[in-house]
Design a protein around this ligand. Structure first.
Ligand code: GH3
Ligand code: MG
Ligand code: MG
Length: 319
């Protein structure tokens, strides 16, 4: 596919001349009415804009600003026949973010060279952007499961907590910890343990909503944050997770290994938690309670428990 070049000039003969010269290598979008430029720009996927500077209604600098605001990756080449102070518009153009500034009449060869250079710069920017996004994604992701890592999760959960606190919306936290995971490592090796973690990561990724936060918090411990999720929603999700986990089997063992997990839940309601850390801590305590009470079960944190009352009587059994 040819790169798309938009040409705007209030002198139609200049537009026609440039269009003829560039059409063999580029998809040319001619614009004869400067005020129509942004409309034409937004209607087509434009790579490069070539604009006259002095035009009635809208200057080349206005077009440069609008194009850069709409898409900073699009390169703009400004043309002008302005004399006698040639340097001022050139400086303005380059300071405003133009890729190049050419005096009229610009030769097609010179213009093509400027376009080639602009396209190369654009490709480099795109590549840099892709690499940066990839780096950010890697920095935020747990390499084993593809879920959020703890570092990224901390900032995500803080935002969700603040939102739920400000608008008094429900927010639930589930902590899921695989039961007797150490035995799996000890008996079948670390790679087998990793397989179990990966499978659990897949289950969580597949069965939770994209708006939920899903994180591998520590070794074999996962934290799930359900925005807008009340205690009932949290219990439904927790029960679904235990059902799904119970269905999994691992062929590295003979007979295939089955696993279980323990889940602790806590829900923000009527501003019962002062911070995201408190909410997570409450879910963690409920998870430890589930461990104490036999594993493979779900326990919910109760608000009275949080306010300092002894834990065990206040923990409601879900299973
Ligand atoms: P409980 O039922 O009380 O949770 O017991 P557990 O054995 O699951 O828990 P414990 O905390 O005693 O052991 C967790 C183990 O998880 C110990 C650690 O070596 C292992 N582990 C932590 N991170 C990884 C990992 O990335 N891969 C593997 N394979 N194992 C891990
Ligand atoms: Mg465990
Ligand atoms: Mg653990």
């Amino acid at each position: 596919m040819k790169p798309a070049v938009l040409i705007v000039d209030d002198d139609p003969s200049v537009v026609r001349m440039l269009e003829m010269g560039l059409a063999d290598e580029y998809e040319v979008v001619p614009v004869f009415e400067p005020t129509e430029t942004i409309k034409a720009f937004s209607e087509a996927a434009i790579d490069i804009v070539i604009s006259d500077i002095k035009m009635p209604g809208l200057s080349g600098f206005d077009i440069l600003r609008s194009v850069k605001a709409a898409n900073p990756l699009v390169e703009v080449i400004l043309l002008t026949g302005e004399l006698p102070d040639k340097s001022r518009p050139a400086v303005n153009a380059l300071q405003g973010g133009a890729h190049d500034y050419l005096l009229k009449p610009a030769s097609i060869r010179v213009l093509k060279a400027a376009i080639q250079q602009a396209l190369a710069k654009q490709r480099q920017h795109l590549e840099d952007k892709r690499k940066l996004q990839d780096l950010i994604r890697r920095a935020n992701t747990d390499f084993l499961t593809g879920l959020s890592n703890r570092h990224h999760f901390q900032s995500q959960v803080k935002l969700e907590f603040e939102r739920s606190d400000r608008y008094e919306r429900s927010l639930s936290c589930l902590i899921l910890d695989i039961d007797d995971f150490k035995k799996i490592n000890d008996e079948f090796g670390h790679c087998a343990g990793d397989q179990v973690l990966q499978r659990l990561g897949q289950l969580i990724g597949k069965h939770l909503r994209s708006s939920d936060l899903k994180c591998r918090y520590g070794g074999e411990e996962f934290v799930l944050i359900l925005p807008e999720g009340n205690a009932e929603v949290a219990a439904t999700v927790a029960e679904k997770m235990l059902r799904l986990i119970a269905k999994e089997s691992f062929e590295f063992a003979d007979p295939p290994l089955r696993i279980t997990a323990s889940i602790g839940m806590a829900t923000c309601q009527r501003r019962n938690f002062a911070s995201a850390e408190e909410l997570i801590r409450a879910a963690d305590l409920a998870m430890l309670q589930a461990k104490r009470e036999g594993r493979n079960c779900i326990r919910a944190h109760q608000p009275s428990f949080h306010s300092g009352l002894p834990p065990s009587p206040a923990l409601a059994s879900r299973r």
